[in-house]
Design a protein around this ligand. Sequence first.
Ligand SMILES: [Fe+2]
Length: 335
Amino acid sequence: MFCECKWKDNVNFGVLDELKKKADFVEWNKQKRKDYFILFAKLFEQEFKKHSEENNILCVDLKYIEQFFKRMKTKDIKFFRQFFKAYANGFYSDNYPDNGTNNEIIPNLKLKEDHTYRVLRNIVHISKSLNLREEEINLAKAIALFHDIGRFEQLKHYKTFLDRNSESHSEIALRVLNKEGVINRIDEKEREILITAIKFHNVREIPEISDEKTLFFCKLIRDADKIDIFKVWIDYFNHKSVYDPSYGMDLSISQGYSDNIISDIFANKMSPLEKVKTYNDIKLLLLTWIYDINFDASLNLILCRGYIQKIFKILPKNEEMKKVREHINLDTSQC
Ligand SMILES: [Fe+2]
């Protein structure tokens, strides 16, 4: 590894050429070795920086150093976890006396708190499968911790988890984070990614995002979130939870289901929540989510935890469902 430090502005190709010439004088393992170059400067010329990035040459300037030291660290995540826990706890100690809804509100606060910790574990699992760097995993963790922080206010004020009957819980989350100033401690770029990922974690489709890194984190949280929502609903249907994820949704208990969700499955596309009318629709809606999963590791978690089979077990048994099952037919041999 060959390094050169020119503590001045607008460093460009000349310095790199010089360093390469010097490297040529080093005889050690000359025929076998692979040379790496790192340049330090206050500032590099834009064109040179672009060329260096494309050619695996590391350019360390003042901005890079600043960002390096501000990158999210384990102690930031520890701080965020403590903040999240304290914030959530504040809602349990609130009283909801006027409408006698304590019995409904408290378990559902717990639902969202537990869900957050599981989404955190999911996102770490997916991130590791993608070989993300430590600071990237930390950013993913922060997004997971805060993606649903708006649910607590939503439940308290609107008594529902349904955004269309209240307001977008991601908008509430951003308002809470802004008001509390909790993410001001992290680097501006990471903060922007975190805000965008939270903003779009619950929209039907991610809008056009030109920044690849931001888009990547948007996809990551959407997968980690969906995986746990499978669990939440399946546990509920199998009477294994005290939570009610349908709280405030006013679903019909009829055994019917909506043809247009079935059509979406055969068209390999995710259904919007607006199509859901019955509890069976929820089960079918979950099946359509496999068409909006972004990473192999995410799909593997869904398959290997048996979520798809568990949903078919609780759907009506008829010819149509048989066809749906044949259509989905995912390969579980890797589990
Ligand atoms: Fe969530």
